[in-house]
Design a protein around this ligand. Structure first.
Ligand code: AMP
Length: 540
């Protein structure tokens, strides 16, 4: 049958070409990694520089399908590089700089990266380990000559010098839209990290879906604080959505503390911000301490781990900001759900609305999900029945990179490893990671619920709940708490707050106060480290 419509394969370079052509004056602002100064550029300049970089890379002898790694923070150069790499049919392998040396060695070799782009602040990592990367032909430091690291290594290039004098014209090639565009490894807690190879098609569809008004819904009037890292699951699609929609992007570089993010928001009148809960905890805490309100922001997207109700209320009551809960994972590009109210929810009394708004949200079009029991039987969508959350969709992984077998069942469902319920309105609620649930006397206790309830205590900054082995009950909950600066909450007062949500037998036997909670490379509580740390904990 004749196809009557144009059938040009997707190439992600079209996002930056479009931005340069139709949103050319729109800005991308970066807090420079080199000196924390603020740097402004436009999409039209970024387009020209990404073409220059594409030319420079080509001269270094890369071939279609080669992997190019990036160990870099959120900056305009990293954005240019994304397009310069993927747009010519190479794979942009974003690497989390906070991975352990063993993990870095594993993934760089597993991916077979040909070149690695790196922020100068991370150079010491490579300097120490380069002999473990035999396949890497060279390193490109994302900076200007002035900040180049002193090194004896012969194959180290300065990004600015490399692109200087290159042509700003580049013919992005046409290739199969199912070709790999980017690669990201999951920070799995057991075994080796697993790679997810996104394609031009999957990433573009994901970004279109992310652009829907009931999803992230960005537009050219938005100024978006992009705290979610470019190295973590495609920055939730924002590095594509920005150029597609013409939204102004604010990249924080290495400064993620409350004061720095607040300054960016205020100076550039950010309207939207996206990041993990720990960043927002620090931002809210800073705003509280200095007694300031975020005037311009209307929505904050939070994902990566569950946001507590106290955070939703703090944004709403102190800053008139709608906190939008999002859920997803590296294997899903990452967008799965986003929480915006339906008319049915808005018709409810305000307090009842909150019980829906704190859930992880409804699937964006393109993702399907269901909850099943141990035997794979689908559970009712009643908001109560908890089971294993399975997903499928055009931007959900089918098999891990280089794995022989698919990681989905015969009907294409991928098991997320999360325990969840889905209600009659389609809102999904994560109860826990299946391996983080606490099983006491045969009954389950949600560590996520316990943490979020504890964080409702006015003097608690962060709280993490883990299971510790117990002879009688098999496991018992232990709560680990970081108090707010200058505060000393009592264990009893925290237990009182917990008792509003938990039965007596579910309450933690003990509460431990610490200065900080270990975080994973992606900024989540590292339950694995905590479990190891408190493995022999015997209580008071
Ligand atoms: P990652 O692949 O590193 O992005 O991790 C994905 C996992 O993070 C999911 O399977 C969830 O367990 C967790 N996660 C992501 N977003 C949320 C959220 N909004 N609430 C609770 N857990 C979340």
């Amino acid at each position: 049958m004749a196809i009557n419509m144009q059938n040009t394969p997707f190439n992600l370079a079209s996002c930056i070409e479009f931005a340069g052509k139709y949103h050319g004056q729109q800005k991308v602002i970066t807090r420079l990694v080199e000196n924390d100064e603020l740097h402004e550029t436009t999409y039209s300049e970024i387009l020209l520089r990404s073409r220059k970089f594409a030319n420079a890379l080509k001269k270094l002898g890369v071939e279609f399908g080669d992997k190019v790694g990036t160990i870099a923070l959120n900056t305009y150069r990293h954005l240019e590089a994304w397009y310069g790499i993927s747009g010519q049919g190479l794979v942009c392998h974003t690497i989390n700089p906070r991975l352990s040396p063993t993990q870095l060695i594993y993934i760089i070799n597993h991916a077979e990266d040909k070149y690695i782009l790196i922020d100068h602040v991370f150079w010491p990592i490579v300097e120490k380990m380069h002999q473990h990367f035999p396949k890497v032909k060279g390193y490109i430091v994302l900076t200007e000559e002035k900040y180049m690291p002193k090194t004896e290594l012969p194959n180290v290039y300065c990004y600015e010098t490399l692109i200087e004098g290159e042509s700003d014209q580049f013919d992005w090639p046409e290739f199969d839209e199912n070709s790999g565009s980017s690669l990201c490894y999951t920070s799995g807690t057991t075994g080796n990290p697993k790679g997810v190879m996104y394609t031009h098609k999957s990433n573009l569809l994901h970004s279109y879906a992310g652009g829907l008004k009931d999803a992230i819904g960005m537009n050219a009037r938005d100024t978006v604080l992009v705290v979610v890292p470019l190295f973590h699951a495609n920055s939730w699609g924002i590095a594509y959505l920005g150029p597609m929609t013409g939204a102004t992007l604010l990249f924080p570089g290495k400064a993620m503390d409350g004061a720095s993010t607040f300054e960016l928001i205020e100076k550039y009148q950010a309207t939207l911000a996206a990041g993990v809960p720990t960043v927002w905890t620090n931002l809210l805490d800073y705003a509280d301490n200095v007694g300031k309100k975020m005037e311009s922001v209307t929505e904050v997207i939070v994902g990566g781990s569950a946001a507590p109700m106290s955070m939703l209320k703090a944004f709403r009551d102190k800053h008139d900001i709608d906190l939008l809960h999002a859920w997803g994972m590296t294997e899903m590009s990452p967008l799965g759900t986003l929480n915006r109210p339906t008319p049915q929810i808005l018709a409810m009394p305000k307090d009842e609305q909150l019980t829906y708004r704190i859930k992880q949200g409804r699937p964006v079009f393109g993702v399907d999900m269901k909850v099943v029991d141990e035997n794979g039987v689908e559970q009712p969508r009643d908001g109560k029945s908890v089971g294993h959350l399975l997903v499928k969709g055009n931007w959900v992984v089918h098999s891990y990179y280089k794995a022989e077998a698919p990681c989905v069942d015969e009907d294409g469902w991928f098991d997320t490893g999360d325990m969840a319920n889905i209600d009659e309105y389609g809102y999904m609620e994560i109860v826990d990671r299946s391996k983080d649930l606490i099983k006491s006397g045969g009954e389950w206790i949600s560590s996520v619920d316990m943490e979020n309830t504890a964080m409702g205590h006015p003097d608690v900054l962060m709280a993490a709940a883990i299971a510790i082995p117990d002879e009688k009950w098999s496991e018992r909950p232990l709560l680990i708490v970081v108090p707010k600066e200058g505060k000393t909450p009592s264990k009893e007062s925290i237990k009182e707050v917990l008792a509003t949500q938990f039965a007596k037998w579910q309450l933690p036997d003990d509460i431990v106060f610490v200065e900080s909670i270990p975080l994973t490379a992606t900024g989540k509580f590292s339950k694995l480290t905590l479990r190891q740390q408190f493995a022999d904990y015997k209580g008071e």
